[in-house]
Structure formats: C-alpha cells, structure tokens
Design a protein around this ligand. Structure first.
Ligand SMILES: [Zn+2]
Length: 291
C-alpha cells in the first residue's frame, strides 16, 4: 500500500483517465462514486509534481451525434460532447499547468476507449523515457480497462490505483480487474502517513462548503435547519450513512441547527475516507431539503 510520495520513480508517469463532469454524479453518464476518485488522485498529482513525474489526463471528447450515443445507435447516452460543460474535467481535480491532455473519442467512424488508441501516447511516453504508468480514473470497466490493457500491449508496466477508479457496474469492474491482472497489470491502494498541513488543506478545499478543519483529527460543520423536523430527519439519515460507511461522527442537534463532527476514521489523522464522508453528509443535507 504505497504512499504516493514514496511510490513514484523517475521513469514513471501518472495517467488520469476521463475524470470529467459527465462521468461524475450529476453528469450525463454518471458513475456511482465517480467523484470520490478526485481527492485520491489529487494526492497522486501533488506527489507527481513534486517528483517531476509527468501527469497526463485523458478526456473523452465526442463530436455531437457521435456513433457511441444511443441516438446514433450506440451504447451510451449523449456525453462529453466537445466544448460542452459536461466534457470539462471535474472542477475539484487539481491538474498542474504542466499536465498533458490526451484527447480521444473524436473519431466519427468508431469509439476510442483507450487513451492510447491512435493518440500517439505510447510514442510520447517513450520519448519521455517512461517505463511505468500509474493509472486511475473513470470508468474502471471501460476506458480505464482499455487504457491499462493498451499500456501493457506497449510494453509498459501498469499499476492500477485501485482506490482511484470506479466501474459502471460492480460485475463489470470485477471482470475488468481479471482482464487487467491477466495482462500483467498490478493493483495498489493509496496509503500514506496522517495528512498534515498543505495536503490537508488541499483536500478540504474540495469540500468548499462550510467545513472547518478543527485539527488534523476532526472536521466540523453546522447545518442550519429552521425546521426542527427536518433537523431530526437529517440526524437520522446521517446515522444511517454513518452505519453504512462504518464511520463514527458526533451529531449535535439544537434548535435551528445540527452540528456534525467527523473524527478521523483511523488512528493517526484525517484520510480521504473522512473527507468523502463529509461530502456524503452534504449530499444527505441537500437531498433532505429538496423534498
Ligand atoms: Zn465516450
């Protein structure tokens, strides 16, 4: 379980596949938990920048009426149309200015799932002396799978960042993992020392919604609830979420507000899991107030 800051070597590259708005919750072709890869990938990006390792980001970039769309007889709903808001990278993804964007899916006559598919990427990596690629992004069973298989085909060592990818379907994800493993890809899960300082700050900025990092062990937020029943309902739903996520927040219910304190999930310090839980709590509050 590598720490990004220790794992990256000089002949590595970080390849982020299609972390675009349309593939995240709320997008045109949403993948469950698609946005959860963002804080994890941001840690890898920060480590790559510090290590001088190239960061590449592929994007699906379809002409309108692309043959992959159901309206044209294809498999997918309309998504990632060139220059549309949904085709943008997730706004929380902190790509450095030096990031190399790989555009695919532009062909009229067939789809391109892999970031290597007629993009010249293999030659570019070779030119840069890259022998090993760390790959994460969306979706695990479609474009990540195709990209990993192509990386292997081009003789590159490929490591899938397992906690930085999500599948369209769980079964598809499991099958994709088998295929990638058979092709010689390795799987690693991000691990690191307790988050501190700048890294902590970067992660919580992803939440940008009134959360306060009290210290490196807990996060806090107050949700205003003028209606006491809604506040009660919210606390119940937070309890359900906590149980489902194996998390143990403090919930303080008072007239007009609910205060939620999220304690670090593991001993040591806040991790991505804690920030993801905070983001999910925000979703619960939005879902409650819109009913
Ligand atoms: Zn596509």
């Amino acid at each position: 379980m590598p720490d990004p800051r220790q794992a990256l070597q000089a002949d590595d590259a970080l390849l982020i596949v299609d972390v675009q708005i349309d593939f995240c919750p709320g997008g045109a072709l949403p993948i469950a938990g698609g946005d959860e890869v963002v804080p994890v990938l941001n840690r890898w990006v920060a480590a790559a920048v510090d290590a001088g390792v190239p960061v590449l980001a592929s994007r699906d970039w379809h002409p309108s009426h692309h043959l992959s769309f159901t309206e044209s007889g294809g498999e997918w709903p309309v998504h990632c149309v060139q220059d549309s808001p949904g085709a943008r990278f997730h706004p929380g993804l902190r790509l450095p200015e030096s990031a190399i964007v790989v555009t695919k899916g532009v062909r009229f006559d067939r789809d391109q799932y892999s970031a290597f598919d007629e993009t010249g990427l293999a030659a570019e990596l070779q030119k840069r002396g890259v022998h090993r690629v760390w790959i994460g992004g969306l979706a695990q069973d479609v474009c990540v799978r195709a990209t990993v298989l192509d990386a292997r085909r081009h003789g590159l060592d490929a490591i899938v960042i397992a906690d930085a990818t999500r599948p369209v379907t769980a079964e598809g994800g499991a099958r994709a993992n088998d295929d990638m493993r058979q092709a010689g890809a390795r799987f690693e899960t991000t691990q690191g020392p307790p988050l501190k300082g700048a890294e902590l700050e970067r992660l919580w900025r992803d939440l940008n919604s009134g959360w306060r990092v009290v210290d490196e062990h807990h996060l806090e937020k107050e949700y205003p609830f003028p209606d006491f029943r809604e506040a009660l309902d919210f606390t119940v739903r937070i309890g359900e979420l906590a149980e489902a996520q194996d998390h143990h927040p403090d919930v303080y219910l008072a007239w007009g507000k609910v205060r939620l304190t999220i304690w670090t999930h593991r001993v040591g310090g806040l991790t991505e899991r804690d920030f993801i839980f905070a983001a999910k709590a925000d979703q619960v509050s939005v879902a409650g107030s819109s009913r």
